[in-house]
Design a protein around this ligand. Structure first.
Ligand SMILES: [Cu+2]
Length: 343
């Protein structure tokens, strides 16, 4: 049972990663941030590969070469290098040490300049600000706006406009998490009680998987987030749709489903704008039907998976903070219809 579940979740993760058409990889950068990190990575790789080859080559050369000193003085039991050899060896070792220090400094300088360039990236262009708060084991996402009525809240998924810097304000509600979308940016910690910032920018449309990169407890591995970059107009349309309150039920089943939701403990944890459900300790469900995945990137967002999740959340993500609620038979189906309709 456990193995089957693990296999299923693994298969779902592979399918999700594949369906975007993009690998989760720091070596396939799609923005200036990740681009700089990728260049640094290649610089390290090539330089260190060259050094590795030189060292291996020098070792082999030293091992296989016939030793002239011994040849010259075959009868001596202890081989003492001549003064001239001694002098030459000292120069070689000193030269190699100096070269090593220079190379280490070059690596240090490359690394520090990359870090500096990253921190100076965004502010040149006007961008948007998104607050990302880590929770065991999901991401709260809020688009800040001077006008409170235009703030957008969602979870486990972030849409960003192509070509515009996005300032992330990272914070945590419980333990330390780390936000990492390798194609877009380097890791940045989310620390309770403090705000860390990070700029990201995508050069072209696409969707990329992000992952919590700091062990944060039992379901750390199932704490993923999708970042979706869209052209400006498409992004604005998405924002407008997310700003709207939840869709009103349009069928008898959806209406019943909303009652099921509102009459159960769901409301204590979840928020659905436009209904009395105002819980703040779980993902906002106002537009849950519009999202790609469920339970922080763990399952593709399909009706079947939604049913499986609500019926037994602890089976999908053991230890997660959603309570299992035993719904009377006949209640689950309408509830799913309702939640699915919340596009
Ligand atoms: Cu984590």
């Amino acid at each position: 049972m456990t193995r089957a579940r693990t296999l299923f979740i693994w298969a779902a993760a592979v399918a999700l990663n594949g369906c975007g058409g993009h690998q989760q990889s720091a070596l396939d950068s799609v923005g200036p941030q990740a681009g700089k990190i990728e260049s640094l990575w290649w610089f390290f790789l090539w330089l260190l590969t060259a050094i590795f080859l030189i060292v291996i080559f020098a070792t082999l050369w030293a091992l296989t070469r016939r030793h002239r000193g011994i040849e010259q003085e075959p009868l001596e039991r202890i081989h003492l290098p001549s003064g001239e050899t001694e002098h030459r060896l000292t120069r070689v070792v000193a030269g190699a040490s100096i070269l090593t220090v220079i190379i280490l400094f070059a690596l240090l300088i490359a690394s520090v300049t990359t870090g500096k360039a990253l921190s100076e990236l965004g502010p040149k262009k006007q961008g948007i600000t998104v607050e990302v708060t880590g929770n065991q084991w999901w991401w709260y996402v809020r688009y800040l706006n001077g006008d409170a009525s235009r703030i957008v809240v969602t979870a486990n998924e972030m849409h960003i406009p192509v070509g515009r810097p996005v300032m992330l304000r990272l914070n945590s509600n419980d333990v330390i998490h780390s936000f990492w979308t390798p194609n877009l940016h380097g890791k940045r910690d989310l620390i309770p009680g403090r705000v860390n910032t990070e700029w990201i920018e995508a050069d072209h449309p696409g969707r990329w998987r992000g992952q919590c990169a700091e062990f944060c407890g039992m379901q750390h591995a199932h704490m993923a987030m999708w970042v979706i970059a869209e052209p400006e107009d498409q992004f604005e349309r998405w924002m407008e749709a997310q700003r709207a309150p939840s869709k009103q039920p349009s069928s008898a089943s959806e209406l019943r489903g909303r009652d099921v939701f509102l009459n159960n403990a769901c409301v204590f944890c979840h928020h659905i704008a436009g209904t009395p459900a105002a819980g703040q300790v779980a993902p906002d469900l106002t537009h849950v039907g519009s999202r790609l995945t469920l339970a922080a990137g763990t399952l593709p967002n399909t009706k079947g998976n939604l049913g499986g999740w609500i019926a037994d959340p602890q089976n999908v993500k053991p230890g997660n903070h959603m309570a299992q609620i035993d719904l009377p038979p006949g209640d689950l189906e309408p509830l799913l219809d309702y939640l699915e309709s919340l596009k």
